[in-house]
Structures are given as C-alpha cells and as structure tokens.
Design a protein around this ligand. Structure first.
Ligand SMILES: [Fe+2]
Length: 407
C-alpha cells in the first residue's frame, strides 16, 4: 500500500486530513524513502523557521532565553507552543531546553532517586531492566508517585517546572498524565539499538503490523517523551543518540526492526551533550537509542518522562475482571463443546483488557518481550489450557494486584 504521511502545518486552517489508512507491510519500508525524509528534512531546516529557538545544533533545535522572553504573555505562550509542536511533528522531532531545571532542584531529586536505588539493592529487589543487560543499569520504575510519597517537597519543586508544563500542553493539550522512570547507565553500559517509543515502539514487528496505518500515525501524538539530565552528560558518557526527522517516516514502527534501518541510524545519528538540568523532549516516533557510557566514573542519570494524552481511555469504567470471571464458565463449556476459536476470541476481546499498560514495572515485568501479559492473554491461556475456575480467578486477581502501583 501507499501511505501518505500525516503532516503538521503551522496553522490549523487545513481543509482535509491526510490520514493514512490500510495496512503496512515490511516491504513498505524503503530505506531510500527513509533517507529522503531524513536527509531532506535536515537540508530544509533552518533556525529562521523557528524564531523562538536559540540554536540549531546538529539538526536539533535548542531553546533557552528567546523562548523564555516570549512566554510571559498568553499570546506569546501559545505562539511558542505552536512552534514546539511544529518542531516535534514536522521539524527535527526533538527540542532541547537548556537549563530547564535549576541545579538545586535536580540535586534534591537525584538524592531521593539514589536513596531509592540503594534501598532496592539492599532489599534485593533491584529491578531488572528489560532494555539492557542485568547490572549495567539502575532503574527506578514508577518514579513519579514514589517521589511524591517519599519527598513531597522535592516533588513540588521539581514538577512546578513551567517548561515541562509548556511542552506537555503544546503536544498533548490539557489533562496530560506524567510518568517517570529513572535510568542510570553506569560506566561500560552499552548502547541500545535504534528504536521508536511507546506505544507501537513497545511491540515487536508482527504486533505493530497488526495495527492499521492510521494508528501508526496517531500513536505519536498521544505521548511525549522527555529526559531530564541529572548529571552533566558529555558525549563520552553516552547521552541519547537521535536521528532528526526520522519521526516523519510513516512506516517507521515497522522499519526500526529491520537491520538496514538500524545500520543507517548508526552511521547518521547525532549525539548532543547535555548539562545537568537540561531537558530534551522528542516525538516518540523519532528513531533514538541510549548511548554507550565510555566514561571511567560517571553514572549517567536521567529522569525519563513519558507523558501521555489524557485521551486514549474509554468513557466508562468497566470491571473487566468481574466480567471475565463471570464469562469463564460459559467460554470453557463452549471451548469444550467445539465452538470455534474466532467466536471465543471475539468474546474475550469484548470483555477482557487486552492492553498491557499502565502497569507496575517493578512487579509486572515483561517476560520474553517488551510488554507483560495482558488480562485477555491470561483469559486465553486459561481457556486453551483448560484451567478450572478457582485457578483462573486466583491468577486473574494476582495479575490485577501485580499491576497496581505499590508506593
Ligand atoms: Fe526509547
């Protein structure tokens, strides 16, 4: 199929959308097309197109004093937000805010995060990191509510940050939901392979291909990805590698699994050093990867902020566990009686939760993939393995308990 990229414009005056529909295939992933998007974007982008930015460094827009001057009025704020959204959608796909957080605020949060990591180690619960080899990284999953509960004054100082609110509103509108994962890459910690991020970036290629093209276009506008530098991050410490403009390749959630694309990434990425308190925000569809920490002694700490649209949820709260328990007897009998798989799966799809997030990544860790088992997958496992009702209900309750935040 031919998919048309969803292109953003500076104004909201478009008369029709160009939303791609249909299905991607691995054959849609032409490296030549990808290069045209990336290299064309780099060639066309100038600092003058982004009047609120201070600099264009290695193809990345850097914001500081010019942005701050403009955000003192409501009109100026909206103008800045429109520019940021344009930069994230149709421009480089990444913006850096210099000195976004003051050092005292960052250091207070760093102390709290380090204490959490030490406690995890002491308790023997240091969480695995499914993105890296065991031991190379330290992680604090679910760090948002952990910080709020542990150090509310530190939290209040940290999340009072207006640049964070500015860019979250610019991309997601109001009602956004902040989550935070602290990531410490220790000396010797290896680079990640190039990828895109949540939602479709957390799927393997087959799972991504099971979603139609319009979902590939819409997923990036439902999440904003950010990173706050908690230490100085010169290049040898491995700050994140980015490929500006790569967010505009329509089939990118399929392509990043293919070696010719990761190979191209490795030859063309940019890597900006960050100073303590700087923050980078990027379109989750941007190809990126954490870098190798080649320093002797810098434990590279970033607070990764994954901010979600308030949308993407159903209008009604549904007790899907209760529904699944009630239906289990009927479905078990149907399965034993030879009712077809499609019919059974349709009932499970209409009743059980078949999305793995949000969850508690300390306790509900992915096994053999990037996403933990969903409720619907558990229902299906129980049906196909012929479990009894008691075993099923116990497993369903245990899964629900694992998924809840436990601060
Ligand atoms: Fe990532």
């Amino acid at each position: 199929m031919t998919a048309t990229p969803l292109r953003a414009t500076p104004s909201a005056s478009r008369s029709r959308t160009h939303l791609p529909t249909g299905w991607y295939s691995a054959e849609d992933c032409s490296l030549e097309d990808f290069r045209a998007v990336v290299e064309g974007g780099l060639a066309e982008t100038t600092l003058e197109q982004y009047p609120c930015a201070d600099a264009l460094e290695q193809g990345v827009l850097v914001y500081g004093s010019r942005l701050r001057e403009r955000t003192t009025t409501r009109e100026g704020r909206r103008e800045v937000q429109a520019e940021l959204a344009r930069a994230l959608a149709d421009g480089p796909g990444i913006v850096v805010f210099k000195d976004a957080f003051t050092h005292d605020v960052v250091e207070a949060a760093t102390d709290a995060f380090r204490a959490m990591i030490e406690e995890q180690k002491a308790a023997g619960t240091a969480s695995g990191d499914h993105f890296a080899k065991p031991g190379a990284n330290d992680r604090v999953w679910g760090a948002l509510d952990k910080l709020a509960v542990r150090a509310p004054e530190v939290f209040a100082a940290y999340y009072a940050n207006d640049l964070l609110a500015l860019v979250c509103e610019a991309w997601l509108g109001r009602g956004y939901q902040v989550t935070s994962q602290v990531n410490v890459v220790n000396p010797g910690g290896q680079a990640q392979t190039a990828h895109r991020d949540y939602h479709l970036g957390f799927m393997d290629q087959a799972q991504a291909l099971a979603h139609p093209a319009q979902v590939h276009a819409l997923s990036p506008v439902l999440t904003l990805q950010g990173a706050v530098a908690h230490v100085d991050m010169p290049v040898e410490t491995g700050p994140t590698l980015y490929l500006p403009h790569s967010q505009k390749f329509p089939a990118g959630y399929v392509a990043f699994h293919q070696p010719e694309f990761t190979g191209y990434f490795l030859e063309h990425f940019v890597q900006l050093p960050l100073a303590k308190g700087d923050a980078a925000f990027f379109n989750p569809a941007l190809f990126h990867a954490a870098g190798t920490n080649r320093s002797a002694d810098v434990r590279r700490m970033a607070n990764l902020l994954q901010v979600s649209s308030g949308f993407g949820r159903a209008m009604e709260d549904v007790d899907r566990a209760a529904a699944s328990k009630a239906l289990f007897g009927v479905l078990s009998a149907q399965a034993a009686g030879g009712v077809g798989e499609r019919s059974l799966r349709n009932v499970v799809a209409a009743s059980a939760e078949d999305y793995a997030f949000p969850t508690n990544l300390d306790r509900d860790q992915p096994i053999g993939g990037l996403a933990p088992q969903t409720q619907a997958e558990l229902v299906w496992q129980a049906l196909s393995e012929g479990w009894g009702a008691a075993r099923f209900e116990e497993a369903l309750d245990a899964q629900a308990a694992r998924r809840r935040s436990a601060v």
